[in-house]
Design a protein around this ligand. Structure first.
Ligand code: GAL
Length: 965
């Protein structure tokens, strides 16, 4: 058997221990290494110190080698990109040979280890021609004792890295396959067995500390006047607790023979009491994200500045928790999480999802040959990260089915570190774990779980045990492309049920890879013969960390303070786990049709966590124009992750006559049939099946000119106009495109099956009655009798053109509609849109919490959201009026009551056909679609259906709009 196929963990590697900062001498071996890539395993020999590598390439280490032109990135979700034949891998096993000649400083002395923080997927290591050993377990450290192999002066390190190994069977995470030495390589002069395990609890208002380390070592915490020998437990009454919201850390030093280890200690106790997860005695709620390690340029070798920036963006959007999906992150990330404050679920590098596709036959999680490797991975996770206060839970891995190896991993973890609960989602019985976890459970299922009324397990003992556990959604609300919608409804469940302790959105970042032409590639863009396309694009931020629109929604839904206004009373609810509101101030402003007319600050008493206060608002006079009151909670002072004035949340209330003060209006509730699908039948269709009545030459109505036969608007205020009387389709979002067609992206959605993208229009009648032009059109698609009778009533006051549109579904409709809208093609020489409605970003029926009523201006180009896979985007909701302007002139448009607007330089069909943003080319027209109704975004692919009323069912509807200068 080849060593890379041995199912064990490797050999020659030292027992795992904590990643620490110490004053032990260290020499970074990062830098330029010699590198040779071969598509399969070449003969050995390159490890000899005098081997001539002068014709090899140079490669930076750390690096993912496909990001530097050697081999290619490859993306699969579940499928193994090689035959499933564990523990073997194909002969085509791309191999990277690395060589580094380095000088050892003359002062170097003492026992030394060579440490690799991460090598993907299997490395064999030689120092000065002598083998040190073999390591597997890509996202885990490995240390080798170098003994007396180091020489004064020149030394040569040789590392052979194989892309595939037995370890690959345990690393089938949904991400790019990116081999390489992708984390630091360091020579450290420290005892091979020195370790430290900090137990820092917070009990009854005191810190309780015990540090395990070598006998005779001393622990000092100068700030707390603590100096104790290791092994002894001390209570520290003055210590403040650590939490994600108040991440209080104390600098400590452990003095060991020959080494001083620097620690940052946070006191906190994690426990499950009465079925609820508590930290320092308080229930916590995870407002979390799943985070992979990805950089669009460097692959899995993520620079430190980016790690920090990621966390800052999270903190600024009210995200308080991270699941390290699906492997331990760079340890520096955990240091930053300690410092900035995040609850972390630390997950082992363990996933064998591809076995699901073969009914879990031969799953390594249940194969005794993989027991040692399984335990080794768990040990290396726990030992490396055990001292971080941010880590509040261990996770055995992800989607590895069930098996005895997982049970062994859980048992070992519980024994080694009873202070943290164990998590694993893949076994529904929860036999091995402490927390009940599901991914993508629907709102209804979460509600049942919240009531501890979920579907029982067959085994009553296990069922009772699971029913007594706290519940988390380790993944929810999949953010593939534009979406997800439905977040507020999940949040309500976390608020309502003590057992539902939040969850982790899927996922933080889009894993696009930057290509030479400046565009981002996804699965299939790198010549992979097997891939999962856009499924790798499912983040809340773009690959360069620019927020996607949904991050604003997350920010609002995860608000740590909730503001509501009803009956001239403002209620402020403190939703923090720990903090009071003393760091916040509250601003208000009053706007008339989007223009600020008054503003000020509210005096609000400090509110403790979990409490609320009500404040009677001063009488604010209503007014004829639309008047809105906005209240915002902002930071009073700069903090570690944002500046003074940073907004945590807001609320708005309408003060317009005729509308009572209340929450921002929600979209109208659809009439839904008993099966969720509206079925419309009407007798009126026959009566209207006459041919169009021509009304002579072109028909003028105010500034509009209509075609005499089709009744479509052809000119408006002198512009040539194209008019699509009814639109029911949109360029499928990633979720639209997958919902009905399993996991392979296919734009053939049920909407396409039903022909919504190829509607035909039959003019039934064009009639002039008095000052009204009535145009009746039958709209339908080939091969079905599902149609929509559309009646326009056009009128004008001389200046403006007003339309009332009535739609009536006829025949048998079996699919919902993507939208109910009207499109106009206008001159391309329009540049800017100013509107009064929801903004500044996009709003969809089930994703609009962050949008607020105001007056906004944007260029047409900036209204677009450049999703890496083009799709429906950028709709502005509840628009009362909008003004488009540019060299062509001006057009003012109003909606009654409101319309949603999308304005683009390409058609919906062009948007739907594009594979990358660069495929979209501005045409000669600007296309504006006014939607009376829209289908929600949801995140249905993963299992949670779009909630009514956001699933737009066919139904009769009337709406109005006007056009003019
Ligand atoms: C889950 C899985 C994640 C990811 C997600 C969908 O099943 O745990 O790794 O694949 O689905 O993108």
């Amino acid at each position: 058997m080849n060593y890379w196929e041995d199912p064990g963990p490797g050999y020659g590697v030292l027992p795992p221990r904590a990643a620490v900062r110490s004053d032990a001498p260290r020499l970074s071996l990062n830098g330029r290494w010699r590198f040779r890539w071969t598509p399969s395993v070449p003969p050995a020999g390159f490890e000899a110190p005098d081997f001539d590598d002068s014709d090899w390439d140079w490669l930076p280490v750390p690096s993912s080698w496909p990001m530097h032109g050697h081999g290619s990135p490859a993306y699969t979700n579940q499928k193994y990109p090689f035959p499933v034949d564990p523990p073997y891998v194909p002969d085509e096993n791309p191999t990277g040979d690395h060589r580094l000649a380095f000088e050892l400083p003359s002062s170097w002395s003492g026992p030394t280890v060579l440490r690799f923080d991460g090598v993907d997927s299997c490395a064999r290591v030689w120092l000065n021609g002598v083998e040190l050993g073999v390591t597997r377990g890509s996202r885990l450290p490995a240390e080798f004792a170098v003994g007396d192999l180091l020489r004064p002066g020149r030394n040569v390190l040789a590392v052979r890295v194989h892309q595939w190994s037995s370890g690959s069977y345990l690393e089938d995470q949904d991400m790019w396959w990116l081999p390489g030495i992708f984390r630091d390589v360091t020579l450290i002069s420290r005892p091979v067995d020195a370790d430290v395990f900090v137990h820092a609890d917070y009990v009854d208002g005191s810190g309780v500390l015990r540090v395990e380390s070598a006998p005779g070592a001393i622990v000092r915490i100068p700030e707390l006047d603590v100096e104790v020998p290791t092994g002894r437990t001390v209570a520290i009454p003055g210590a403040e607790p650590w939490s994600a919201e108040a991440p209080r850390l104390y600098d400590a030093v452990v003095e060991l023979p020959g080494e001083r280890i620097a620690l940052r200690i946070g006191f906190r106790t994690v426990e499950i009491v009465d079925g609820v997860l508590r930290v320092n005695g308080r229930r916590i709620v995870f407002h979390g994200v799943n985070r992979h390690e990805h950089d669009p340029v460097f692959g899995r070798a993520v620079p430190l500045e980016r790690l920090r920036e990621e966390l800052l963006v999270m903190k600024r959007h009210n995200i308080n928790a991270i699941r390290t999906s699906h492997y331990p992150p760079d340890t520096r990330l955990l240091e930053l999480c300690d410092e900035l404050g995040f609850w972390v679920m630390d997950e082992c590098d363990y996933e064998s999802h591809g076995f699901m596709l073969i009914d879990w036959r031969g799953n390594p999680a249940d194969d005794p040959r993989f027991l040692d490797a399984s335990l080794d991975r768990m040990r290396r996770t726990v030992e490396r990260d055990k001292n971080h206060p941010c880590v509040v839970m261990w996770s055995l891995g992800n989607e590895a089915g069930v098996g005895s190896n997982l049970s062994a991993m859980a048992a070992w973890t519980r024994e080694r570190d009873p202070s943290r609960p164990v998590h694993y989602e893949g076994d529904l019985t929860c036999a091995d774990v402490d927390v009940y976890s599901r991914m993508y459970a629907s709102h209804a299922e979460v509600e049942a779980i919240g009531k501890r009324a979920e579907k029982p397990l067959d085994d009553p003992v296990l069922d009772a045990r699971r029913r007594a556990m706290p519940f988390v959604l380790c993944e929810y609300s999949h953010a593939g492309g534009n979406g997800p919608g439905g977040l507020p409804e999940y949040e309500e469940l976390f608020d309502s049920y003590e057992r539902c302790q939040g969850g982790f959105l899927w996922e933080w970042m889009e894993h696009g890879i930057l290509r030479a032409d400046g565009s981002y590639g996804y699965g299939g863009d790198f010549g992979e013969e097997l891939h999962d396309g856009t499924y790798v694009l499912d983040g809340l931020v773009f690959p360069d960390l620019t927020p996607q629109p949904v991050l604003a929604e997350v920010h609002k839904v995860y608000e740590p303070v909730r503001l509501t206004i009803a009956d001239e009373v403002l209620t402020v609810t403190n939703r923090y786990d720990v903090l009071d509101t003393s760091h916040l101030c509250f601003h208000w402003d009053l706007t008339d049709e989007g223009v600020v007319v008054q503003s000020g600050t509210l005096d609000i008493p400090v509110i403790a966590s979990g409490e609320s206060a009500t404040i009677k608002l001063p009488a604010l006079p209503p007014q004829d124009r639309e008047r809105w009151l906005t209240v915002r909670a902002v930071l009073t002072q700069d903090c570690a992750w944002a500046g003074a004035g940073h907004e945590l949340t807001f609320t708005q209330a309408s003060l317009t006559p005729g509308t009572s003060i209340g929450r921002l209006a929600q979209p109208e509730v659809a009439a839904v049939g008993p099966m969720g699908i509206a079925r419309a039948h009407t007798a009126s269709a026959g009566a209207l099946s006459t041919t169009a009545a021509a009304v002579g030459g072109e028909v003028e109505v105010g500034p509009g000119v209509f075609h005499p036969v089709t009744g479509r608007l052809v000119r408006l205020q002198g512009w040539d106009v194209e008019h699509v009387p009814l639109e029911l389709w949109r360029a499928p979002t990633q979720h639209d495109a997958r919902t009905w067609d399993a996991t392979t992206l296919d734009r053939k959605t049920r909407w396409v099956d039903a022909g919504l993208d190829r509607l035909r229009y039959r003019t039934v009648a064009v009639e002039r009655t008095g000052d009204e032009l009535v145009v009746t059109t039958m709209v339908g698609a080939a091969a079905t009798d599902a149609r929509v009778l559309t009646t326009y009533r056009w009128r004008s006051d001389g200046e403006r053109l007003m339309a009332e549109v009535e739609v009536e579904p006829l025949g048998e409709w079996t699919v919902p509609w993507a939208r109910l809208g009207v499109t106009f093609g206008l001159p391309g020489r329009l540049h800017t849109m100013t509107w009064f409605g929801l903004g500044p970003g996009q709003a969809y029926p089930d994703s609009r919490s962050a949008a607020r009523i105001g007056r906004y201006t944007s260029t047409i180009d900036d209204l677009q959201v450049p999703y890496l896979y083009p799709q429906e985007n950028g709709a502005r909701g509840d628009v009362r009026w909008a003004e488009l302007s540019g060299a062509a002139g001006k057009l003012r448009l109003t909606g009654d009551p409101h319309v949603a607007l999308t304005v683009r330089r390409w058609t919906t069909a062009e948007l739907a056909a594009a594979e990358h943003p660069a495929d979209l080319h501005p045409g000669d027209q600007v296309w504006i679609t006014l939607d009376a109704l829209q289908h929600g975004l949801g995140s249905p692919t993963s299992g949670a259906p779009i909630l009514p009323p956001h699933d737009l069912q066919p139904r009769k509807h009337t709406f109005r709009f006007s056009l003019g200068s």
